[in-house]
Design a binder for this molecule. Structure first.
Ligand SMILES: [Zn+2]
Length: 253
């Protein structure tokens, strides 16, 4: 995401507003970096354009923060104990890529997952930092390929779920439970929850527009002061609704 997208965004909005005003020249002074998500840039540009033109924001743009809808590819969260069993005593996860949620990262380390019929998934990415619970989040297609029957669960709710074996360069680690398909959910800061008038663990709808337009009816809200507004769906769900970086999505209560 570089200068070209930035310019393109300006152009799009300028064209969009050309019937309303002759003053389409914009001077932007926004803290945009190469990693700023497109939806966040669009949100900032829209706010500034409307403010400058003295127009009321369209209702979908009045939210305090941009809505990001991201696809979570299969991954695992591990305890420090599991990391040491797999990678050696004292091993610390090394961040490879920062995620949108504050402090979360994709680690350089990955593991091999061995399923119930000895089928495997190699290069299963570990997301850090370490947690107090081991959890593996797979798409349903992954689970079928591996021979698992996995339930839809919220993160952390792993009681009674299938386990598996993990293999790392140093050794094996047995999970007795923890393999889930994550329930589609939205991370919210309290100010987002106030805007959408929802509470922690309440359900909302996510409408995804575009050629495969569909609505997720049971998107679970997770509220925490450390969260930034972001929806997480898995690869099956993202592929089913044809989610692309420019797909328009909206939260509905
Ligand atoms: Zn999430």
């Amino acid at each position: 995401m570089g200068k070209s997208l930035f310019l393109w965004l300006n152009l799009e909005i300028m064209v969009d507003l050309s019937t309303k005003t002759n003053e389409t020249k914009l001077v932007m002074a926004l803290p945009i970096t190469s990693t700023t998500p497109r939806a966040v840039i669009e949100h900032m540009v829209r706010e500034q354009v409307y403010a400058r033109l003295g127009l009321a924001l369209p209702s979908a743009s009045k939210a305090p923060n941009a809505l990001l809808v991201n696809i979570s590819a299969r991954h695992c969260h591990l305890t420090q104990e599991a990391v040491e069993a797999l990678f050696g005593p004292g091993h610390q996860l090394r961040p490879m890529k920062e995620l949108y949620q504050h402090g979360q990262f994709a680690a350089q380390e990955s593991v091999t997952l061995i399923g119930p019929r000895s089928r495997i998934i190699s290069n299963l990415r570990i997301l850090g930092p370490c947690r107090s619970l081991n959890q593996i989040e797979l798409a349903y297609t992954d689970a079928i390929a591996l021979g698992f029957d996995i339930p839809v669960r919220m993160s952390g709710d792993v009681a009674g779920t299938p386990g598996c074996m993990l293999m790392g360069p140093h050794g094996y680690f047995q999970l007795h439970e923890g393999v889930i398909r994550a329930q589609p959910h939205v991370h919210m800061h309290p100010e987002d929850a106030a805007f959408y008038q929802v509470k922690h663990l309440q359900e909302m709808k996510l409408r995804v527009h575009g050629p495969l337009s569909m609505t997720f009816e049971r998107l679970v809200v997770r509220v925490d002061p450390s969260f930034k507004l972001e929806v997480h769906i898995d690869t099956d769900e993202g592929n089913a609704c044809g989610l692309k970086p420019n797909t328009f999505c909206e939260l509905l209560s």
